[in-house]
Design a protein around this ligand. Structure first.
Ligand code: ADP
Ligand code: GLC
Length: 468
């Protein structure tokens, strides 16, 4: 099959969160199954653009209402990512240093979707499926099946994968003029709760809908930021497919970003060396358990509770535990996490910002990774932690529920039910006790490193979904 993935992010080209990891891996594994999977994404002004060679495959003009824009589509020449990568250049709109966060993001991603379809529509053949990821590409299923300009694509199946239903990209009907012409009778396929809602529209128009874990699909029927009824009514065409991880990028035995590489045999000495490495950089005590949080500092991740949780834990276990945070997000949370440093020097530190290499080092060197998420459609961090022998402490929700089972139930992680200071605090107590039982901890580490979360299974599940 020929599969075209449309996405705003793709690792290593442009990454904000887990969406990039998924779109940077899934096509590679689909290709290995004998299919032809490609990625089409915006050309941002990022390092990858300047360090690689491209050839032009399309040169044309697009239209957004009264505004004409020029489009060039470039193909990365070497196929080094394991799939064909196409970057859509739209000067003045896409060539900026950040992926999101501009006042005209609506126009940027709208223009991207129009440009991608203008190009694909001109191919001599039709792809077998167009696979959209999240709301930034959510208008594509509607445009493919309703806009006169894309009539050739209206027989091509489209898929929307919901990585996170909290973000839907709503905008007002005053922007209706941006759409290439279509029969206005069909505007209802764009609308949800009085606005144009790209995610809702994709759920209505796509041939298949998928979520990034089975539990998240279930949860969405009763908690989907306003889309509950819609998702419930489209359940028949929906599937929950658990994400994998790219076990080639995330492999402690080959990972060039680590202080020391390690495998099952050298697990204990390898983790120790990585722990020592980060502890010396962040002035922490390598002889004490190291807890970490890596991620976006936003409400979804329970981040605003972290300062209070850590304050209590560091007081209760004064001098007996370390905590290291890597993340960025809400300014108030960042500030409160920074402020804690003064009271707990030598046992607590933060890195506020984004740092890919440091994240690998922390997954490798930490003892426990906290994920007290309120919403977690899948979550990749816990799977990276497992592969690097770090015990996850997670809330039982979404993909966390599907990937981590509690030691009390014969499992290998520490699970809690609520995103509250008390629940997470209790989970930290349990982790502290586990750390004291080094024999049990070592057995768990060995076990979790062997768990298989590679993409092979999920890549096939997607193929099955396209075909049924
Ligand atoms: P989400 O996409 O909701 O943020 P995921 O768990 O799916 O959550 O994926 C997060 C990805 O982003 C992981 O690869 C994680 O290591 C990475 N990440 C998050 N914050 C940072 C950061 N500050 N520095 C480096 N990597 C980060
Ligand atoms: C979203 C979700 C996260 C998921 C990721 C990749 O960012 O918040 O849970 O792991 O997408 O699918």
């Amino acid at each position: 099959m020929e599969i075209v993935h449309l996405s705003a992010e793709c690792y290593p080209v442009a990454k904000v969160g887990g969406l990039a990891d998924v779109v940077g891996a899934l096509p590679k594994y689909q290709n290995r199954l004998g299919h032809i999977a490609k990625v089409v994404m915006p050309a941002y002004d990022l390092k990858f653009m300047h360090e690689n060679e491209f050839e032009e495959v399309y040169d044309g003009w697009g239209k957004l209402g009264n505004r004409d824009f020029s489009v060039r589509i470039l193909r990365e020449k070497t196929n080094k990512l394991g799939f064909d990568l196409f970057l859509v250049q739209i000067p003045g709109l896409l060539n900026r240093p950040k992926v999101y966060g501009y006042a005209d993001d609506l126009e940027r991603f709208f223009a991207f979707q129009v440009a991608a379809l203008d190009w694909i529509e001109q191919w001599e053949h039709k792809p077998d499926v167009i696979h959209c990821h999240d709301y930034h590409t959510g208008l594509v299923p509607f445009m493919m099946s309703n806009c006169v300009r894309y009539w050739k694509l209206n027989v091509v199946p489209s898929v929307i994968t919901i990585h996170n239903a909290e973000y839907q990209g709503q905008f007002g009907f005053d922007k209706l003029q941006y759409f290439p012409s279509y029969d206005p009778w069909h505007s209802n396929k764009l609308e949800w709760a009085g606005a144009i809602n790209p995610l809702a529209s994709a759920i209505k128009c796509a041939w298949r809908v998928s979520t990034v874990s089975p539990s998240y699909l279930e949860e969405l029927s009763h908690k989907a930021n306003g889309l509950e009824a819609l998702l419930a009514s489209e359940k028949r065409k929906s599937r929950g497919i658990l994400n994998g991880i790219d076990t080639e990028v995330w492999d402690p035995s080959t990972d060039p970003m680590l202080y020391k590489k390690f495998n099952l045999k050298t697990l204990e000495s390898g983790k120790r060396a990585n722990k020592q490495g980060i502890c010396s950089v962040f002035n922490l005590d390598p002889d004490k358990p190291l807890f970490t949080f890596i991620g976006r500092l936003v409400g979804e991740k329970g981040a605003e509770l972290l300062p209070e949780i850590f304050y209590h834990a560091l007081n209760t276990y004064r001098g007996e535990i370390n905590i290291l945070i890597l993340g960025s997000g809400e300014a108030d949370v960042e500030r409160r996490l920074e402020e804690l440093k003064d009271g707990f020097k030598g046992n607590y530190n933060t890195y506020i910002g984004y740092n890919e290499q440091l994240s690998h080092q922390i997954y490798a060197g930490a003892d426990f990774l906290l994920m007290p998420s309120r919403v977690e459609p899948c979550g990749l961090n816990q799977m990276y932690a497992l592969r690097y022998g770090t015990v996850p402490i997670v809330r039982r929700i979404g993909g966390l529920r599907d990937t981590v089972s509690d030691i009390g139930d014969g499992g290998f992680g520490i699970c809690h039910d609520q995103t509250t200071v008390w629940d997470v605090g209790h989970a930290i107590d349990r982790a502290y006790n586990l750390y004291k039982n080094q024999k049990a901890l070592k057995e768990i580490r060995k076990f979790i490193m062997k768990l298989d979360h590679s993409w092979d299974r999920a890549a096939q599940e997607y193929i099955d979904m396209y075909q049924i």
